[in-house]
Design a protein around this ligand. Structure first.
Ligand code: FES
Length: 226
């Protein structure tokens, strides 16, 4: 009864021979796909030890060649995908927001949009600044001073994302007459998080202060966020 190429003429199982197969490849005559397919089904009889060796080696080479081809093919598929993932010009333009802050009076806040999310820009009163600075920042859940959350020389301008750090609701307090919570900053009614006048979490489940995005003054009155 014929044996498959995985067995030697002595009837024992041979281990795969990758390296010898590659060395033998130079001597192998490749006759196209049909020829290769034919080689994969070669069977060897106990009487033909040479046929067995040849069958095992060529089949192993086909396995190695198939894996290599799959690797190259995968890379060729990946490269266009990566280039498609690079942000287009209009996406880059959307990634920053300019806000004219000259019209925001002391005690007022405005809502803008930054990367499709609400952005709060607030002009603090002298009293609000005083309250923020009176707190021992080291004892806060997310320790930060007002100075660390504002630009030098512009401590009265608080720029934060209008997104609660608990589960992402939009807190109240930016519009006139809205509930500012127990600490006079922002209040998230979803689960009761209170932020102080520096936008720091003081009470409720939110784990972090309202995020301060990167921003800078590009003129005396305009900031660019992002
Ligand atoms: S989302 Fe704001 S407290 Fe839960």
């Amino acid at each position: 009864m014929p044996q498959t190429g995985a067995f030697s003429s002595r009837g024992t199982v041979e281990k795969p021979r990758i390296l010898p197969v590659l060395a033998e490849f130079g001597k192998a005559s490749v006759t196209g796909k049909a020829g290769l397919m034919a080689e994969t089904t070669v069977t060897a009889t106990p009487e033909s030890a040479e046929g067995t060796e040849e069958g095992v080696r060529r089949r192993d080479f086909i396995n190695v060649a198939a894996v290599s081809a799959a690797g190259v093919g995968g890379l060729a598929t990946l490269l266009p995908l990566i280039s498609q993932m690079a942000p287009s010009a209009d996406v880059l333009a959307e990634s920053s927001t300019e806000v004219d802050v000259s019209g925001i009076e002391s005690g007022q806040a405005i809502k803008a949009v930054f990367r499709k999310q609400p952005l709060f820009v607030r002009r603090l009163t002298a009293k609000e600044i005083e309250e923020a600075n009176a707190v021992d920042a080291g004892g806060l859940r997310d320790p930060q001073t007002l100075a660390e959350r504002t630009l030098e020389g512009h401590e009265d301008l608080l720029v934060t994302m209008g997104v609660c750090t608990h589960l992402g609701c939009v807190p109240l307090g930016a519009a006139e007459g809205e509930n500012k919570g127990e600490f006079g900053g922002y209040f998230c009614p979803c689960h009761g998080s209170h932020y102080d006048t520096a936008g720091r979490i003081r009470k409720g489940p939110a784990p972090l202060n309202l995020e301060v995005p990167e921003y800078a003054f590009i003129t005396d009155s305009v900031i660019r966020v992002g």
